[in-house]
Design a protein around this ligand. Structure first.
Ligand code: UD1
Ligand code: MG
Length: 450
């Protein structure tokens, strides 16, 4: 049966020292909260309820950009994690089945781990808590066990010396039947060191009511909670390490894995080769057998099979490279379709354009797409030859098999098969250079003497 998600994201995140709500800070180009919610796509998720508070409107907007069906509920005052879960009660009043509490600042909980927690539920545990063994448990809540049974969770602030010695810690992730969870949460009080309503109290309350509680554990990298910029950087590093490994496992060659930076959604086909120092922004797909050469930056683009990009190329959103396209050094492509086998090899800007099959774009070509107010389109047909340093003043079109002379400024459409020459005619002045330099050198010699 589908499981409901309650994601807590109302906290202030003071230690980030930021004007941006904590859960909107990005890992691999996507807000933390998107990573936390991402697990919903990998399990049979029911309702997804996000509890917002600090920076609530911005968080709600971000969440609805991910998916409009996600429910955002507001916690106006941050009175603790149990109080936060309680705000989700109206949204889940008629919810059947289980619910799991996740934290918006804990982005790496895997679907595998949630499945293991669901198995523990299926095997009869009423409450399942996700724990992890921490060599240095700091201020995490401690899991107090008796045999296999979890008796209670003690917050660090309230823990005795011997309880603080426990290394089995609370991740914050708790799973139970939705109705049980909400009933228990409603009976939590704020009688503790912090004066907060602790979600963790539901374990002892549940045990008193005769419910069973079990712990499922996972690797501490999964339960990493982000409270500071340093932890955000750690999270980014964890994400990158995993993304590199998974690319390698999927048959992608990375010459220097540690220097390649992936986005949360980068897709790379088998037998693609990624050279050192390549950065992928969000929304990139690279088809199998393509090669991305060193120091290239790609975002929001598609690279067809067998294409070669870079070194030092920049592909911006809307760059669509078909098969066997070549994009060379210091070339920028934006919002442009480049058809099979076309080449843009050196020092060019191609934006808002359509380039036909096997067309060659010479060095230094620029599509002048912007008039200061509007963007205009350049269309170039198949098998065309654009001479070096051509300026294409859009809107303009170049027909199939047409040609431009080097240095041409194209301001009118060029019919198929034509040559456009648009530059001043060359005039050679016989012997001028020699006479001119002779005069200059003589002037210098006279100056040095005097
Ligand atoms: C919590 C757990 C602790 C666990 C740790 C793991 C409790 C009482 N303690 O402590 O056992 O080891 O997480 O990281 O649950 N939030 C709200 N509204 C609130 C308070 C918090 O939405 O009123 C959200 C925060 O935005 C955050 C999450 O709940 O996403 C956890 O809150 P936080 O204050 O970080 O709890 P910890 O003290 O870390
Ligand atoms: Mg925390």
């Amino acid at each position: 049966m589908a499981i409901h998600l309650i994601v807590l994201a109302a906290g202030e995140g003071t230690r980030m020292a930021s004007d941006t709500p904590k859960v909107l800070h990005e890992i691999a180009g996507a807000p933390m909260i998107a990573h936390a919610l991402g697990v919903a796509d990998m399990i049979d998720a029911g309702k997804r309820v996000v509890v917002v508070g600090h920076g609530g409107q911005a968080v709600e907007k971000a969440v609805h950009t991910i998916d409009e069906t996600i429910i955002a509920v507001e916690q106006t005052e941050q009175r603790g994690t149990a109080h936060a879960v309680l705000q989700a009660a109206p949204a889940l009043s008629d919810a059947k089945g289980d619910a799991v509490v996740l934290f918006g600042d804990t982005p790496f909980i895997s679907s595998d781990t949630l499945t293991r927690m669901q198995n523990a539920r299926a095997n009869g545990a009423d409450i399942v808590v996700l724990g992890f063994d921490a060599p240095d448990p700091g201020r995490y809540g401690r899991l107090v066990m008796s045999g296999d049974t979890l008796e209670k969770i003690v917050e660090w602030k309230d823990a005795s010396e011997s309880e603080r010695a426990i290394t089995l810690c609370n991740s914050g992730v708790i799973m139970a039947e939705a109705s049980t969870l909400l009933r228990l949460v409603a009976s939590v009080t704020d009688d503790n060191a912090a004066g907060e309503f602790y979600l963790t109290d539901i374990v002892a309350l549940g045990r008193e009511a005769g419910l069973s509680a079990r712990v499922v554990t996972c690797d501490p990298t999964e339960t990493l909670g982000i409270n500071t910029r340093a932890e955000l950087a750690d999270a980014e590093a964890i994400f990158q390490t995993r993304a590199r490994l998974s690319a390698l496992e999927n048959g992608v060659t990375l010459h220097a894995p540690d220097t390649v930076h992936f986005a949360h959604d980068t897709t790379i086909g088998r037998d693609a080769i990624i050279e050192p120092n390549v950065v992928f922004g969000p929304g990139v797909t690279v088809e199998s057998g393509a090669r991305i050469r060193a120091f290239s930056h790609l975002e929001g683009c598609h690279v067809g099979s067998g294409a070669i990009v870079g070194p030092y190329a920049r592909l911006r959103p809307g760059a669509e490279l078909s098969n066997d396209v070549k994009i060379g050094n210091f070339v920028e492509i934006k919002n442009a379709q480049i058809a099979d086998g076309a080449k843009v090899n050196h020092l060019s800007y191609v934006g808002d354009a359509d380039i036909g099959e096997a067309t060659n774009i010479g060095a230094g070509t620029i599509t002048c797409n912007y008039d200061g107010v509007f963007k205009h389109k350049t269309t170039i047909g198949a098998h065309a030859f654009i001479g070096s340093n051509t300026l294409l003043v859009a809107p303009v079109s170049v027909g199939d098999e047409a040609m431009t002379a080097s240095g041409t400024v194209v301001t009118r459409d060029i019919p198929a098969g034509d040559l456009a020459v648009g530059r001043a005619r060359q005039d050679n002045k016989s012997g001028f250079a020699r006479r001119f330099f002779k005069k200059l050198r003589a002037a210098r010699a006279a100056k040095q003497k005097g």
